[in-house]
Design a protein around this ligand. Structure first.
Ligand code: AVJ
Length: 335
């Protein structure tokens, strides 16, 4: 390779050219971690929202979950995107902006960028530093792409940033992250996305399917214990960020499929009688008491398409793997 060419290829021409929009702090109204955890831990039964898993360490642990052999959703969704990328590009069409909700490490989007060739990419995530790192890497690797990072909590109403030009926005919501919402909340989120899109705007969304209990439960109880560590990260945050007198050794990880509700549940179980103070309150946990930390809803193909239909979307296409473990749907807001 000539000197000039190798310089051109390695030149970081797009380096750090990420436009950053922070709706978490701009809003000001955001509930603090202390307030949020205090509300749930003084409730009965006790709970913590799964969005609090994702500090920097939690985002890294989630990334490692996705690499575990038992955790089929990531691998399966990636294989669907890889296999069907041409069909997806054809269906979605050209002249688009891509907005990724819960962009995390932004691996999956890489499978689509070369085929979809969007004008802008907007990564939306709650974990600010993680979002900045991953969008900067993306900007470095795709010099032709205008990269934006939007730090926002999409469990609350949020606004898509205005982008230059008149490309059609397409929202990419991978990983079955929609599963963390109750079906009613999921419907509300879909409605909000629908209402923010112009007619013809798209939604490409990955959803984990209802399947046999063994496969589902294995995915949330990996042998390497990464999901356990991810769940226990909430205790790390209580201790390290909020100064609560708790220790990860005093809690155990529980994950099981609640078939009647079509959802995986994760809990932390107190291993002994214990109490600690939080925001001037004393929290007392009995041995065996649960803190409910996550629900992950699973859908039939038809069930999810019905939910999106109620939000106003029209189904345009659908792709899945041969074993039908995972669905990727493409919807549009009708003109
Ligand atoms: C990011 C919500 C899709 O429910 O499978 C993975 C989170 N929790 N292992 C999921 C998760 C434990 C994940 N979602």
């Amino acid at each position: 390779m000539s000197q000039a060419l190798s310089t051109a290829l390695s030149s970081p021409s797009n380096r750090h050219r990420v436009q950053f929009h922070d709706q978490l702090t701009e809003d000001g109204g955001e509930q603090s971690l202390l307030e949020a955890l205090t509300v749930g831990l003084t409730d009965s039964p006790r709970w913590i929202s799964p969005k609090h898993f994702y500090d920097h360490r939690g985002s890294e642990l989630f990334d490692r979950i996705c690499q575990q052999p038992e955790y089929y959703p990531t691998r399966t969704e990636e294989s669907i995107l890889e296999q069907s990328v041409e069909a997806i590009a054809e269906r979605v069409g050209g002249d688009i902006d891509l907005i990724e909700l819960g962009s995390g490490a932004s691996h999956k989007i890489r499978l689509l960028l070369d085929a979809l060739r969007p004008h802008h990419y907007v990564g939306v995530d709650i974990s600010r530093d993680f979002l900045l790192e991953s969008t900067r890497r993306l900007a470095d690797d795709y010099p032709w792409l205008a990269v934006h990072a939007l730090c926002a909590d999409f469990t609350a109403p949020f606004t898509l940033p205005g982008l230059e030009g008149d490309a059609r926005p397409v929202v990419f919501f991978p990983g079955s992250s929609i599963g963390n919402f109750t079906p009613r909340e999921a419907g509300e989120l879909l409605t909000r996305v629908h209402d923010q899109l112009p007619p013809g705007g798209g939604l490409l969304i990955g959803v984990d399917r209802i399947k046999d209990r063994d496969r589902l439960e294995a995915a949330y109880n990996d042998a390497a214990g990464v999901t356990r560590e991810f769940n226990l990260n909430l205790i790390h945050r209580l201790r390290d960020e909020l100064g609560a007198g708790v220790s990860p050794e005093d809690f155990e990880h529980l994950a099981f499929y609640n078939e009647a509700a079509s959802r995986i549940e994760m809990h932390l179980i107190s291993q002994r009688d214990q109490s600690f103070s939080l925001d001037d309150q004393i929290i007392t946990l009995a041995a065996g008491e649960h803190i409910h930390t996550e629900n992950s809803w699973k859908y039939s193909r038809e069930g999810f398409e019905k939910l999106a239909g109620h939000a106003g979307f029209t189904l345009r296409d659908h792709w899945c793997d041969d074993a039908q473990l995972f669905d990727v749907h493409y919807f549009e807001r009708p003109a």
